[in-house]
Design a protein around this ligand. Structure first.
Ligand code: TXA
Ligand code: MG
Length: 326
């Protein structure tokens, strides 16, 4: 791939927002902010533009992409035979970090769905992105804006570090407020199954579903792109108990980054030591940014204190387990 000059655009500047929309409409790739993580976007109606996403990311073309829409009304344009219960669900959770897998309309380009008969749809809760999509009449196919199998970015700077020189522009909309990828729910008339844990939990979904929500069989390969190896920093990542961390931090190593959240550890000192908030929303918002920061120090290892085991932390465990060295 020929290196290109990647523009850094500011989402607060109307001309920059307009510029991002024009680039997308012209078939270029622009990384855009969402509330979960930054997405690498292309006009979802332009198969060539969508195909370029796979080259820029270095991602296999069999992995389907999420299509981002700017209203609930757009669902019927992209999906058919939508179960009747879905509309009620969307009114509760959209815009927000919930992706629905539905049967695709026949016209939808195969390059988006990796040849699958289904399509992933999400309406992101980022006001500037929604405004841009609505003004330009755009729907955006977008995976997370990282190189294949690397950590998802939660700031424009992290996108630049990974994809600078490979895409037309990065639209800086500030740090992502949620910080980890959306929950993915497969929706059929008589079945609702979580394919990827995320910020919207099974408990939150259940009251709005007509059937009992199922979860995926651990790391099913039935979903291309849902592989176990994913979301990896450069350094080898290990998950350690609070007790092991306390022990290790008595003699910290300069080659190891430590990421902790609990009170007994949060007061210790080491140059490669970061403390995450102990509430799960704060933890989630800062997790990837902290891993990126430690990774910049070119450490050999990153040790992460094992987070709490309660159900609302499921998605954090999922991401850390995938990032961990096997
Ligand atoms: O929060 C998010 O979901 C972010 C932001 C940018 O919206 N996007 C994101 O995209 O995480 P990506 O490509 O990194 O992960 C999307 C996941 C993949 O694991 C893919 O396999 C799954 O969604 N997916 C997409 N379409 C699908 C389909 N039709 N059937 C099953 N899985 C699908
Ligand atoms: Mg991703």
């Amino acid at each position: 791939m020929q290196p290109m000059n990647t523009l850094l655009l500011d989402a607060r500047v109307p001309e920059d927002l307009q510029h991002a929309a024009s680039l997308l409409a012209a078939g270029q790739l622009v990384a855009v902010p969402t509330e979960t993580v930054y997405g690498l976007a292309a006009d979802a109606t332009n198969p060539q533009a969508v195909a370029a996403i796979f080259t820029a990311k270095g991602r296999p073309s069999s992995h389907p992409l999420i299509t981002h829409v700017s209203s609930i009304d757009e669902v019927s344009r992209w999906a058919q035979h939508v179960p009747a219960w879905v509309e009620g669900l969307l009114h509760v959770f959209w815009p927000g970090p919930l992706t629905l897998i539905l049967e695709k309309q026949p016209w939808v380009p195969e390059v988006i769905t990796g040849g699958l008969p289904s399509i992933g749809l999400r309406m992101p809760a980022h006001p500037v992105l929604l405004q841009m999509m609505r003004c330009a009449g755009l729907a955006l196919a977008a995976p997370s804006a990282n190189r294949y199998q690397k950590l998802s970015p939660t700031s424009a700077k992290q996108v630049m570090a990974g994809l600078g020189g490979r895409i037309a522009a990065v639209l800086d909309g500030g740090p992502c407020s949620v910080g980890t990828e959306s929950t993915i729910l497969m929706a059929k008339a008589d079945e609702a199954r979580i394919l990827r844990d995320g910020p919207v939990t099974a408990q939150q979904l259940q009251p709005h579903l007509p059937v009992e929500v199922k979860s995926f069989e651990a790391h099913s390969h039935a979903v291309p792109g849902n592989q176990k190896l994913h979301y990896q920093p450069e350094a080898k990542l290990f998950i350690k108990s609070t007790k092991d961390m306390l022990e290790a931090l008595r003699y910290p190593s300069a080659n190891i980054g430590y990421l902790v959240y609990s009170t007994p550890l949060a007061t210790l000192q080491s140059p490669t030591f970061l403390v995450l908030p102990s509430d799960h929303q704060g933890y989630r918002r800062n997790l990837y940014a902290s891993l990126h920061r430690l990774d910049q120090r070119r450490l050999q290892q990153i040790w992460v204190e094992s987070p709490p085991l309660s159900p609302d932390w499921l998605d954090i465990h999922d991401r850390l387990n995938r990032a961990a060295d096997k």
